[in-house]
Each structure stands twice: as structure tokens, then as C-alpha cells.
Design a binder for this molecule. Structure first.
Ligand code: APR
Ligand code: ZN
Ligand code: ZN
Length: 361
């Protein structure tokens, strides 16, 4: 029997979100219904609301979530009702060329539920990133659920579903930060701060935080940065070189998504260093770099999408580290809010004074 639950719907381009009744069908083959316990508010949810992703309104927002498996469909064996899971928007297929070459982080065929959730009048909903977790329950592909230790609270576990994983993964998976490395992180919002924590976990010796806000830099120092550069006061490229014996950092992580900060990252790396772009640019942005500098500076230029994570490998590991007190995921939760308050959380996000607002259900 289909279930009726409350959820947050973006009805049309730029319009405020609404609490609506959502009809969640019984899970079909390979699908699961998850009872959501917590879901973080991410920039991407706001982009959906503004029509910045596509025009498939109405959207069921929310995609950074953890909860308990409610029902499973035919053929689902990896999870069972009652399991505590984190949802992901990158359920890899195991069969495409990328998967078969042993690089599933580039899988072309990410799985989502085949059936549609609807409004009561039958209008089909588009779940944000194939999840739609600002709702009491949601329908996903079983592969989108990763079982983790239930001792973790849902509000911290859910964060691994998107932004925090993107940042940690940019450092650990994409950047390959290792023991003793010097790392610079440009942009210390939620993603940059997570990259700082990831670098610390990986054993980086120097972690240099760069931002235009003194408050963000203070927080970055609390979370594990060893140095802070305010780029409205100092030239970050010069300062990073100075702090790394004149060489530049082994790994520079750009977590803003702008041409000028990418250029800083490019020149702030060691000749053999790595630049990781995890900030998401807009389609109009361009960079112009002397080709000779691209050639002559060696190293590698990478982008990091979802922190190149493999949920089934990375989520349980990071939750274990968190439970052991080695990864303070709680530091990202600025406030917990009710489902009704998502619109207010978008306003706070614009003001820039939150790392994460987390809806708790
Ligand atoms: N130089 C340095 N820091 C900057 C600059 C700049 N020119 N411009 C902005 N910043 C800082 C802001 O002060 C803020 O601390 O970058 C940070 C951005 O943080 P958030 O807006 O909180 O964004 P976040 O959630 O961390 O995401 C960062 O990664 O996943 C992507 O879409 C996301 O592009 C975004 C980026
Ligand atoms: Zn694949
Ligand atoms: Zn997100």
C-alpha cells in the first residue's frame, strides 16, 4: 500500500517551497522506502528551487540524509527493514566501462528508483538528485542506501550524503593527501572545512586555510588548519609559497568554484603538486592561463565530483572514525530545524553564517 507523508516541494522557478502531502509507492524490484530521520540543507536544493538545475518542477527537495529502512522491494538483499542507512546520489552500476575498468567513481549509470513519487492529485515529483529526502519517507534504489553503524546520530550521518563527503573526498580520494604533505584549501565554507578535516585525517603536516572572511578562517583553525590567510589582506599565492619553503603546497584544493581562486590554486601548488577543483563553477566562467605554465609546472590538475567517493567503501569508514572521536562531523551542524523551516534555512544560507542547517524528523 502506498504511504502518505509530509514533504517539502519546490512548486516552480524561484517560488518558495511548500509542505505538501507526498504519495510514496510500495518499493518495486530493487527499490527501498526509507524513513528519513535527518536531512541537511545544501546549496543544490536551493539551485533546484531557483530553476538552476532543470525545469522538471515540482521537485521534492533534500538529498543529504540518513534514516531507517522502512520497506524493501523484490530482490533486495544488501539492506533490510530496520537498518540505519545513509543515502547517496551515486549508486554505481558495476557494469559500465568505468566500473569494469576499476574506476566506479566515474560510473555512467547511477541508479535511482524507477517508480515515481507523486502529489495526492497524481502529479509526478522529481526528487532532488534522485533522492528527495525533505520528507518523512522517500523511495530510492536500494543501491542508494549504505548501512552504517547505528550508534551515529542521523544528523551527522546524513552530512556524508553530499557536501561533507565532497570535501573530505576531495582531500583523501582525489587529492591523495598523504602523511607529511602540505595542503592549501581555498574557500572555507562547509566543503572547504571538510577538506581541511580530510587532510588532517590523512596526516598532512601543514594545512593552510584561505578565505576572504576572518570568521571562516577562525573556524577553519578550530577544525584543524595550521595556518590561515585572509586573501583580502595578503596575496595567497605568495603566502602559501612562503609557508612551504618557497615551493608551493603539495595539494591545493579549490572549494569556491571561481576563476580567480582557481588561478590562485594553480600557482600556489608545488611544481609537482596537485590542484583539485571541488568548487562548482557556473557555465559562464572561463579561465585563461599561459599554456607554457600548464606545460612547465607539471603536476596534475583534477576535478572532484562528490569527492570521488564510493559510498559503500567510504561512508562506514568515516562513521567509524567519527564514533572513535577522530572526525568531528558534529562541527558542521550549525542548527537543527523542523521540516517547515527549509525556506528560512535557504535565507540563512544566503547570509553565509551557517555551515549546515539540518532538518530533523
Ligand atoms: N577567495 C577565498 N574564499 C572565498 C572567495 C575568494 N575569492 N570567495 C568566497 N570565498 C569563501 C567564502 O567566504 C566561503 O567561506 O568560500 C566559501 C564558500 O563557502 P560556502 O558558500 O559555504 O559553500 P560550500 O558549501 O563550502 O561549497 C563551496 O563547493 O560543492 C561546491 O557548490 C559548492 O561551489 C560551491 C563550493
Ligand atoms: Zn557503472
Ligand atoms: Zn548537496
Amino acid at each position: 500500500m502506498a504511504q502518505h507523508v509530509r514533504g517539502i516541494v519546490a512548486p516552480g522557478r524561484g517560488a518558495p517551497v511548500e509542505v505538501r502531502t507526498i504519495v510514496v509507492p510500495d518499493p518495486g524490484p530493487g527499490e527501498a522506502v526509507v524513513r528519513i530521520q535527518a536531512c541537511g540543507v545544501c546549496h543544490t536544493d536551493l539551485h533546484y528551487r531557483e530553476g538552476g538545475i532543470n525545469d522538471d518542477f515540482p521537485f521534492l527537495l533534500g538529498h543529504e540524509a540518513a534514516g531507517v529502512v522502512d520497506r524493501i522491494g523484490e530482490g533486495v538483499t544488501d539492506i533490510a527493514p530496520g537498518d540505519f542507512v545513509i543515502l547517496n546520489w551515486r549508486a554505481v552500476c558495476g557494469n559500465c566501462r568505468a566500473c569494469l575498468r576499476g574506476r566506479p567513481q566515474y560510473c555512467f549509470n547511477t541508479h535511482n528508483a524507477k517508480q515515481k513519487m507523486t502529489l495526492e492529485d497524481g502529479t509526478e515529483l522529481s526528487p532532488a538528485l534522485g533522492i528527495g529526502a525533505f520528507a518523512e519517507k522517500t523511495l530510492v534504489a536500494a543501491g542508494q542506501c549504505t548501512k552504517v553503524d547505528p550508534a551515529a546520530s542521523a544528523e551527522v550521518a546524513g552530512l556524508l550524503g553530499c557536501g561533507v563527503m565532497a570535501g573530505i573526498g576531495a582531500a583523501i580520494n582525489t587529492g591523495g593527501v598523504g602523511r607529511g604533505d602540505s595542503v592549501a584549501v581555498i574557500g572555507c565554507g562547509g566543503v572547504g572545512d571538510a577538506a581541511i578535516m580530510g587532510s588532517r585525517l590523512a596526516g598532512a603536516a601543514k594545512i593552510i586555510a584561505v578565505d576572504i572572511s576572518g570568521a571562516k578562517l577562525e573556524k577553519a583553525l578550530e577544525l584543524g588548519a595550521t595556518h590561515a590567510i585572509n586573501s583580502t589582506i595578503d596575496d595567497p599565492v605568495e603566502k602559501i609559497r612562503e609557508l612551504t619553503g618557497g615551493n608551493g603546497a603539495d595539494v591545493v584544493i579549490e572549494a569556491v568554484g571561481r576563476p580567480e581562486t582557481y588561478e590562485q590554486a594553480f600557482y600556489a601548488r608545488d611544481l609537482a603538486g596537485t590542484v583539485v577543483l571541488v568548487g562548482v563553477p557556473t557555465p559562464d566562467m572561463k579561465i585563461e592561463l599561459p599554456l607554457l605554465d600548464v606545460f612547465g609546472r607539471g603536476g596534475s590538475l583534477k576535478s572532484s565530483w562528490y569527492g570521488d567517493c564510493l559510498p559503500s567503501r567510504d561512508f562506514p569508514m568515516l562513521i567509524d572514525l567519527h564514533l572513535q572521536g577522530r572526525l568531528d562531523l558534529g562541527a558542521f551542524v550549525t542548527e537543527t530545524i523542523a521540516l517547515e523551516d527549509v525556506e528560512k534555512a535557504f535565507e540563512r544560507m544566503h547570509a553565509g553564517d551557517v555551515l549546515r542547517s539540518v532538518v530533523v524528523l
